[in-house]
Ligand binder design. Structure first.
Ligand SMILES: Cc1cc2nc3c(=O)[nH]c(=O)nc-3n(C[C@H](O)[C@H](O)[C@H](O)COP(=O)(O)OP(=O)(O)OC[C@H]3O[C@@H](n4cnc5c(N)ncnc54)[C@H](O)[C@@H]3O)c2cc1C
Length: 557
C-alpha cells in the first residue's frame, strides 16, 4: 500500500530543482552573452564553466545544504585539560560545500591568473555568475567565500609585496586543505552603521601592532585572516583616525593569536556558518598602510562584499521564482493547476520579470566593477561603479526577501515547513539586507555619491548613452519622471532628502534594471536569439518600475 501510494500522483508536489541551474536560466545566458560582446572565446569559456558549475550546484551542493543548515556549528572553548582552544566544530556537509565551491574557484578566479589554465584573472562578471548560482542553494558558506574573495582583492590592491606574497596564494587556493579563509570584523557594540565610533585600539610593539577591543558581529569567526579597524593611540576621533589591520589566526611560530571567541550568535538564517563575538586581547596585526587611509581601504572591502550581498539577493530571487514556478505547475486547486489561476499566473510573471531584471542589474554592476578596476579607468567610471554596486545591494537584497516570501506563499502551508526549501530561503535572504549596511545606510551612501561626487550627472549621462541604444519610448518617459522627482528632491532640505533616499534608490535601481532588460531584448533581436526579454520588460515596468516612480513622486511632493 505504502509503495503504491508513492507511485501514484500525489497531491503535494515535491520540490523539483532543475538538474542544472545554469542550463535552465536562459535570461542569464543571454545577458551574459551581451556582457561578453565581441569576446567570443571568453564567452565560450565562461559558458562552459558555468554549465559545469550549474550542474554541480544542483546535483552535489544542494543536497548537502540540508544537513549543514540543521547541524549548526559548535564552539568548543576549552580542551579537556582546561586550556582555551576556541575550536569550531562543523557538520561534514559544511566542509564539503566549501571544498566544492573553493575548488571551483569562487574565491580564486578573479584574484589570480592560472585558474583552470586561464591566462588572466576572471572578470567579476563571471565570478559573480558563479556566486549567483551558488546562492540559489545556500547562503551560509557563500558568506565566507565572498569575504575570502574580497580580502584577496583588497590585499592585492593595498598590501605590501611581503603580505601579498605570503597570503594571497593561500586565500586563492583551490585546495581546501591549504586554503586560508577571510573575514572582516568591523561591527562593534557601539554600532555597525556608525563605524567612526569604533573603540578598538592599536599599539605598536616592535614589528607588530597589538589590538585591544571587542568586535560584536564576526562572521566566519574561525577565519585564518581577519581584516579589521582599530584606532592607534593618539589618532583622531571618527573614521579619520582608524587604521586598517590584518589579523592572522595563527602567528608565524604556529601559536594562536591573542583573541578569544566569547560565544556564537544564535541566528535566524545562515545557520550553518559560525558568526561570533570576539575580544581582541593584544592580538598581533599587520598594518595595511597608509595608516590614515584605513577607513577608505576598508570601504573597498565593504564595497566588494556589498556586491556579494547583491549577488546573493539576486540568487535568492531566482531560486524563489524557480520554486514558485515548478510548484504552481503541479499543485492543483479548484480543478486546475495553480499556474492556470489568473492571479497566480500574474504573480509568477511578476516574479519572472523581477528576477530577470535583477540578474541584468547584477551583471551591469559587475561589468562596471570590472571597468573601474582597469588602470585607465576615469573618476567618472569609478563613481558610476560604486553607485551601481550600492543600487544593486539596496535593490536585490530587499527583492530577494520579497521573492522568497512570495514563493513561500505560493507553496502555501508547506512553504512554512522546514521539509521544503522555502523557509531556509527566506531565513537566509534576510541577512543580506542587514549586513554591510541596511537599506537606509546604503541609500545615504548613494545620496553622498550623487551630491558630493557629481554622481547624479554621471548617472544621467550614462543613462542617456544607453537609452540611445534601444528603441523604447516608454523608458524615455519613465526617465523623464525619475529625473523630475530626483531633481525636485535635490532642491529640498537635508531631512527631506534623507527621508526620501530609500524611495529614490529604489526608483533609480528599478529604472536602470529596466534599461538593462531593454538592451538585452535589443541584443537578442540583433543576434537572432530567442528571448522573452520584451515581455519581461513590459511586466517589470507594470509590476515594479512604475510603482517605484509613483512612490518616489509621492515622497517628494
Ligand atoms: C548574521 C549577521 C552577520 C554579521 N556579520 C558581520 C561581520 O562579519 N562583520 C561585521 O563587521 N559585521 C557583521 N554584521 C553586522 C552588520 O553589518 C550590522 O548589524 C549592520 O551593519 C547594522 O549595524 P547595527 O546592527 O549596529 O545597527 P545600527 O547601526 O544600530 O542601526 C540600526 C538600524 O538603524 C539604521 N540607521 C542607523 N543610522 C541611521 C540614520 N542616521 N538614519 C536612518 N537609519 C539609520 C540602520 O540602517 C539599521 O537598520 C553581521 C550581522 C548579522 C545579523
Amino acid at each position: 500500500m505504502l509503495s503504491e501510494e508513492l507511485h501514484v500522483t500525489h497531491p503535494i508536489p515535491d520540490t523539483a530543482l532543475p538538474e542544472n541551474l545554469y542550463a535552465v536560466d536562459s535570461h542569464l545566458q543571454l545577458a551574459l552573452k551581451r556582457r561578453y560582446g565581441q569576446d567570443y572565446e571568453g564567452c565560450q569559456r565562461a559558458d562552459a564553466y558555468l554549465q559545469e558549475w550549474g550542474g554541480v550546484v544542483s546535483r552535489q551542493l544542494e543536497p548537502l545544504t540540508w544537513d549543514a543548515d540543521r547541524n549548526t556549528p559548535e564552539l568548543k572553548q576549552f580542551n579537556r585539560r582546561g586550556q582555551r582552544v576556541d575550536e569550531l566544530v562543523f557538520h561534514p556537509a559544511y566542509h564539503e560545500i566549501g571544498r566544492l565551491a573553493y575548488s571551483y574557484g569562487l574565491a580564486a578566479m578573479a584574484n589570480r591568473a592560472g585558474f583552470r589554465g586561464w591566462e588572466r584573472p576572471a572578470p567579476q562578471v563571471l565570478k559573480n555568475c558563479a556566486l549567483y548560482l551558488h546562492s540559489q542553494v545556500e547562503g551560509s558558506v557563500a558568506c565566507p567565500i565572498s569575504m575570502t574573495d574580497v580580502l584577496a582583492r583588497v590585499l592585492n590592491k593595498f598590501a605590501s609585496p611581503e603580505i601579498r606574497e605570503r597570503f594571497v596564494p593561500r586565500l586563492t587556493s583551490t585546495d581546501y586543505g591549504t586554503l586560508y579563509t577571510g573575514a572582516m570584523f568591523m561591527t562593534e557594540k557601539t554600532g555597525g552603521s556608525d563605524v567612526g565610533a569604533t573603540t578598538t585600539t592599536a599599539r605598536r610593539n616592535g614589528d607588530w601592532w597589538e589590538l585591544q577591543g571587542d568586535k560584536w558581529f564576526c562572521s566566519n569567526v574561525g577565519a585564518d585572516l581577519i581584516l579589521t579597524l582599530a584606532r592607534p593611540e593618539g589618532a583622531p576621533e571618527g573614521t579619520r583616525g582608524l587604521g586598517l589591520f590584518l589579523v592572522p589566526r595563527n602567528l608565524p611560530d604556529g601559536t594562536r593569536n591573542s583573541y578569544v571567541i566569547n560565544r556564537l550568535k544564535d541566528k535566524l538564517g545562515t545557520r550553518a556558518m559560525a558568526s561570533g563575538e570576539v575580544t581582541l586581547q593584544g592580538a598581533k596585526a599587520y598594518l595595511i598602510e597608509p595608516l590614515e587611509r584605513g577607513f577608505a581601504m576598508m570601504m573597498e572591502m565593504v564595497n566588494g562584499t556589498r556586491i556579494g550581498s547583491g549577488v546573493a539577493g539576486a540568487g535568492s530571487l531566482r531560486r524563489a521564482f524557480v520554486e514558485a514556478q515548478t510548484h504552481a505547475a503541479e499543485r492543483r486547486a479548484f480543478g486546475k493547476t495553480l499556474a492556470e489561476q489568473p492571479l497566480i499566473a500574474r504573480t509568477l510573471a511578476n516574479l519572472a520579470a523581477d528576477s530577470a531584471a535583477t540578474t541584468s542589474l547584477m551583471l551591469a554592476a559587475s561589468a562596471w566593477d570590472d571597468r573601474a578596476e582597469m588602470p585607465e579607468a576615469s573618476r567618472e567610471t569609478r563613481v558610476f561603479a560604486r553607485l551601481l554596486i550600492a543600487l544593486l545591494k539596496r535593490y536585490a537584497t530587499s527583492h530577494g526577501v520579497k521573492g522568497a516570501q512570495t514563493a513561500m506563499e505560493i507553496r502555501g502551508g508547506n512553504g512554512y515547513i522546514e521539509d521544503f526549501p522555502n523557509a531556509r530561503l527566506l531565513r537566509d535572504a534576510y541577512v543580506q539586507i542587514i549586513w554591510e549596511g541596511g537599506v537606509n545606510m546604503v541609500s545615504f551612501d548613494v545620496l553622498r555619491l550623487l551630491e558630493r561626487e557629481n554622481g547624479w550627472t554621471i548617472f544621467t549621462n550614462q543613462v542617456q548613452n544607453e537609452l540611445a541604444n534601444v528603441s523604447a519610448p516608454e523608458l524615455h518617459a519613465d526617465f523623464a519622471d525619475l529625473k523630475m522627482s530626483a531633481e525636485n528632491l535635490a532642491r529640498q532640505d537635508r531631512e527631506t532628502r534623507e527621508c526620501a533616499a530609500p524611495a529614490l534608490t529604489h526608483a533609480m535601481a528599478s529604472f536602470y534594471a529596466a534599461l538593462q532588460l531593454a538592451q538585452d531584448a535589443a541584443f537578442a533581436a540583433e543576434h537572432n536569439l530567442a528571448t522573452d526579454a520584451r515581455t519581461l520588460l513590459e511586466n517589470y515596468r507594470r509590476a515594479v518600475l512604475q510603482p517605484s516612480l509613483f512612490t518616489l513622486n509621492q515622497e517628494v511632493q
